[in-house]
Design a protein. Structure first.
Length: 123
């Protein structure tokens, strides 16, 4: 059995950056802040006024309007992307160079699939 097959026990909380704090994004900040073993390290939104609102509710998080700044913040190990699917490619989320061991997963599905109607009428 290789080391990859065995679960690792974390000694420190997982550091998360939340990108985009619109309607759903603020909920992700709240939920991530409440999860045991998770720490919201950075919050990114291009709207400064929105960052001020987030800062009042979550004073522990580093706030920035700059994507690169959020991604380079010390302690960020995972990223929650809470922007519209159309911004994922324009912001380079799908082709971005990541640190060794980092992976990218996106939901909803890419736009060409997102517009298709599922056979049973639900996703």
């Amino acid at each position: 059995m290789s080391g990859l097959d065995q679960p690792r026990e974390r000694t420190a909380p997982l550091g998360v950056a939340v990108l985009g704090c619109g309607y759903w994004g603020v909920n992700y900040v709240r939920v991530m802040s409440e999860l045991p073993g998770v720490r919201v390290v950075a919050v990114c939104d291009e709207r400064i006024a929105r960052l001020h609102e987030i800062g009042k509710r979550f004073p522990h998080a580093y706030l920035t309007p700059t994507l690169e700044d959020a991604l380079q913040t010390d302690g960020v190990e995972a990223v929650v992307v809470c922007t519209g699917a159309q911004t994922h490619q324009s912001q380079g989320f799908t082709g971005r160079k990541r640190r060794p061991g980092h992976r990218f997963a996106a939901r909803p599905a890419p736009l060409q699939n997102h517009r298709q109607t599922p056979r049973n009428g639900s996703f």
